[in-house]
Unconditional design. Structure first.
Length: 113
């Protein structure tokens, strides 16, 4: 994939889906899970590349957390890169907003939606 940072060698670099290739149904399906919605909300409140996977307070184990991030990457919502032993995350806000204007802002609001 173009513009993919090189892996640090200890694991494969994550594959990312371009938000332009994601259907609204796929995006909503990815966000239907409460853990994934919380991850996106937490990322929305954080600066890009400041949150490692282990920094999220969610009620799942490491393997399940990895799966949740994989689903979010597949839906074009999250981009990840390795920095030493940590995998850092960013919400692909601008890209997702271009694909589905206003949807992300609606979804990251508090539970009043």
């Amino acid at each position: 994939m173009p513009n993919q940072p090189a892996s640090s060698g200890h694991r494969a670099a994550p594959a990312h889906t371009d938000p332009a290739e994601v259907s609204v149904l796929s995006a909503l399906s990815a966000l239907a899970d409460p853990v994934r919605l919380q991850l996106v909300r937490d990322l929305a409140g954080s600066e890009d590349w400041t949150r490692s996977c282990g920094s999220f307070d969610v009620p799942v184990g490491k393997a399940a957390l990895s799966h949740h991030f994989s689903v979010l990457r597949g839906a074009g919502l999250v981009e990840q890169r390795d920095m030493g032993p940590k995998r850092l995350n960013r919400l692909r806000r601008a890209e997702f907003e271009a694909r589905f204007p206003g949807l992300l802002d609606l979804l990251v609001r508090a539970d009043d939606v």
